[in-house]
Design a protein around this ligand. Structure first.
Ligand code: FO1
Length: 311
């Protein structure tokens, strides 16, 4: 089955790795959020693209989920000694990615081309696409004013109360080359258990993406379990926006788009309210086996929905 997965952040990267284990490389395209991207020390940092690629390549730091395994911090420590900012932790291995990406961008290459070449170098078989080659930075609107995403997320540790989000430049952004074709060819589209507000919504706001998903088999996997985000600020964001953080709220978030919803066994009690086809399963991914198992549940669910025409 041809599958396109929309992903961002650590939870998304884990399910993408499961899908890559379950599917042949030709059958998987991953569309990654680039709203978190920013320039730091003059380098173009693409955290979600790198998190997804490192997970697929088996290079990810198992403790943080972002950055590289076996990382060292010599450059960062020496920068800090010189008085340079060290709030955003760039490891030595990770820095190679940002240096080479920045060099290629300055030479005129597109982010999608560079990502494809990095994937080949890292032995990643499936296609990984940034949502756009154009910048679409996520702006976090807070009670203290607007903050760039990494300023909010890392520098301010998600502390300011949010009031909303803006995806700057989204209206004029073009989907990355091959993205709409991949969505059109996909027999199922998976909205990974990523933060709906700041990982999936930026992708859905790229012109053409939402329309490409309408009437298709779209399976969303909840990143909220028992009222809490597995990782990150998703639950806090729901609360601050006046919505009780539940898997049900995530399902409602994707209403009009989603044909099936996957939620955790801890949330079985919510299924009585579900107005969509659903699957209940263990969604916590502690190891690569868990990722594969969840991917298989998602794929089997999608195949069933395709067969029934119930989407
Ligand atoms: N997240 C942090 O909480 N602190 C960091 O210092 C940090 C550094 C970092 C470096 C490279 C990279 O690819 C990701 C990094 N992240 C860090 C994660 C990143 O901010 C978030 O995971 C995403 O932007 C949200 O999905």
């Amino acid at each position: 089955m041809k599958v396109a997965a929309l992903a961002g952040g650590v939870g998304g990267a884990k399910l993408v790795d499961g899908l890559a284990q379950a599917l042949s490389a030709d059958d998987l395209t991953v569309v990654v959020n680039t709203g978190d991207d920013f320039t730091h020390y003059g380098l173009q940092i693409c955290p979600d693209l790198d998190t997804v690629c490192y997970a697929l390549a088996g290079l990810a730091n198992p403790e943080t989920g972002w950055g590289r395994a076996g990382e060292s911090w010599n450059v960062l420590e020496n920068l800090a000694q010189l008085g340079g900012p060290d709030w955003f932790r760039l490891g030595d291995r990770d820095l190679a990615t940002h240096l080479e990406r920045t060099r290629r961008l300055a030479a005129g290459d597109r982010l999608s081309r560079i990502t494809a070449d990095f994937c080949a170098a890292w032995g990643i078989g499936c296609k990984v696409l940034p949502m756009s080659d154009d910048p679409v930075p996520t702006i976090v609107c807070t009670e203290e004013g607007e903050l760039s995403f990494q300023e909010y997320f890392v520098a301010r540790k998600c502390e300011p109360r949010i009031t909303g989000f803006r995806f700057e430049g989204a209206a004029k952004a073009r989907p990355a080359a091959g993205l709409l074709e991949a969505l059109a060819q996909a027999e199922a589209i998976v909205l990974c258990p990523s933060n709906p507000w700041v990982s999936i919504d930026p992708i859905l706001n790229v012109p053409g993406v939402w329309d490409a998903l309408l009437g298709r088999v779209v399976i969303a996997v909840s990143p909220i379990i028992a009222g809490q985000a597995v990782k990150g600020p998703a639950a806090k964001m729901y609360r601050e926006l006046g919505i009780q953080p539940t898997a049900y709220a995530v399902a409602k978030h994707y209403r009009g788009l989603m044909s099936g919803f996957v939620l955790d066994t801890l949330d079985t009690d919510l299924t009585s309210d579900m107005a969509w086809p659903y699957r209940v399963t263990d969604t916590i991914m502690n190891d690569r086996g868990d990722r594969l198992r969840l991917a298989e549940v998602v794929l089997e669910f999608a195949a069933g929905l395709r067969g029934s025409g119930d989407h």
